[in-house]
Design a protein around this ligand. Structure first.
Ligand code: AMP
Ligand code: GLY
Length: 446
């Protein structure tokens, strides 16, 4: 029996911890710092240490004999937490700082894709306002502007007219003071998250998780500002003809292989390969051409909530995927479903605070007693804390309702029934109800 530690406090980390807490090989799952959901779940224990205090985290791991640490969010990876654990010979799952640049710098990622012929949107990099404006004057609208750094899903602007371009450039260069901005061709199509577990068994043994679709914009049908993600579904191509799915599969595997080869080339002086989750954010157009929108060096949020409920229902522990026990039957979750009668599907709907992704309402209370959780229905918390035994909302994305079912229609319907049963209150005593504090998208699954 071992203890494991998950770094992070969002829905992704709650979902990972919940999946691991079901493993017979694990004693305690620590989550640092965790949230109300990880506080309430059995077998999971929150650790009150600041996520940016790497020295304290390392001390905790040593003092508690933690066998394995899994990094949830990108910031500790970009800040080099894995390199620090490696120096201490402590086992950690995540890429080193060098590889985390694939997510930490959009400029690095775009140059990497260009150099290794990985299909992506055409781009230009500007390091000042004048150059950016001159370039955009010659380009076609809509156009996409991206901050060259971590921005929690909020550094991307899709600009349809000159006013939007000017506002975005003003924010990026003058308010947020980014050194450079990626200006990118606008791509159309269906977005897809293809996430791989590049595990301890070494590269070329990576395991592909079921594809998921993240609903990125705040409002229905791709409208409103970009967010961290307002919902997710598994098997987003299930309405397509089998042949299209096989074709997509081949294209995505090609992109993965090129990426791994490129990573190994960048890293040829070092002994270690890429270790951790590798997330390909893809755009699939109507002719099934696929381009990379972004790389992430971690699991997605809310994709992970969807994936963990899905895998747990399949009896799969993330621990086995990370350790990659050679005895584990190799399974392709995307193709296997095509060849079976199985139509299983998982639906994730995020409950967010009014105002998100801009400044939002906080410090109100949530009553979840209207939802009966079971192995098919699970709530994963994001921006919540406990206050006097009540759940208090403190984040933009508060929680997600996740439903696994035998088919898509049932999963989506049950998820909406469940989220509608959530109540919000101004006070801890639940005497003043106010459900206007929250919202969710009504088109998840479409
Ligand atoms: P990124 O952080 O680069 O993935 O961008 C966040 C989101 O912005 C993506 O998930 C897309 O919804 C949208 N986006 C980014 N780049 C493009 C693009 N070139 N064309 C269309 N949409 C994009
Ligand atoms: N849901 C998108 C992301 O985690 O980047």
């Amino acid at each position: 029996m071992m203890d494991v530690l998950i770094l992070g406090q969002g829905g992704r980390e709650h979902a990972i911890a919940w999946n691991l807490s079901k493993s017979s090989e694990i004693n305690t799952v620590f989550v640092l710092p965790g949230n109300a959901g990880t506080f309430l779940d059995e077998g999971i224990q929150n650790v009150d240490i600041d996520l940016s205090n790497h020295a304290e985290i390392i001390k905790f791991v040593k003092d508690n004999n933690v066998h394995l640490t899994i990094v949830g969010p990108e910031a500790p990876l970009v800040d080099g937490i894995v390199d620090k654990f490696n120096l201490e010979n402590l086992k950690i799952f995540g890429p080193t700082k060098n590889f985390a640049r694939l997510e930490g710098s959009k400029e690095f990622a775009k140059q990497f894709m260009k150099k290794y012929s990985i299909p992506t949107a055409k781009f230009h990099i500007s390091s000042d306002m004048k150059d950016a404006k001159d370039f955009i004057e010659q380009a076609k609208l809509p156009i996409v502007l991206k901050a060259d750094g971590l921005a929690a899903g909020k550094g991307v602007f899709i600009c349809h007219d000159n006013k939007e371009v000017n506002d975005a450039l003003e924010k990026l260069f003058n308010i947020d003071k980014f050194n450079s901005v990626v200006i990118e061709e606008f791509l159309v199509g269906q977005e897809l998250s293809a996430i791989y577990v590049c595990n301890f068994r070494g590269c070329s043994y990576e395991i592909g998780l079921p594809w998921t679709k993240d609903y990125k914009s705040r409002d229905e049908y791709n409208s409103g500002p970009n967010t961290g993600g307002m919902g997710a579904v598994s098997h987003p191509f299930c309405f397509q003809h089998k042949n299209n799915i096989y074709k997509n599969h081949i294209e995505i595997e090609k992109i993965l292989t090129k990426t791994i080869v490129a990573i190994n080339d960048v890293n040829k002086t070092s002994m270690s390969g890429y270790l951790g989750f590798l997330y390909l954010g893809l755009m699939v157009d109507t002719d099934n051409n696929i381009k990379v929108l972004e790389y992430n060096c971690r699991l997605g949020d809310p994709e992970t909530q969807n994936l963990m409920l899905y895998l747990t229902n399949k009896g799969v522990s993330l621990l086995n995927l990370i350790e990659n026990n050679p005895k584990l039957p190799v399974q392709d979750y995307n193709l296997d479903r095509l060849d079976s009668k199985n139509q299983d599907y998982c639906c994730t709907i995020v409950l967010a605070a009014k105002g998100y992704p801009e400044s939002y309402k906080k410090d109100f209370f949530i009553d979840l007693s209207g939802i009966k959780e079971n192995e098919h229905i699970k709530i994963f918390h994001s921006g919540t804390v406990m206050q006097n035994s009540k759940i208090k909302a403190i984040g933009g994305r508060i929680l997600s309702v996740n439903v696994y079912s035998e088919n898509k229609e049932k999963a989506v319907k049950e998820a909406y029934n469940a989220i509608e049963a959530i109540r919000c209150y101004e006070d801890e005593e639940f005497s003043v109800e106010n459900n206007d504090y929250v919202f969710y998208r009504k088109d998840i699954g479409q």
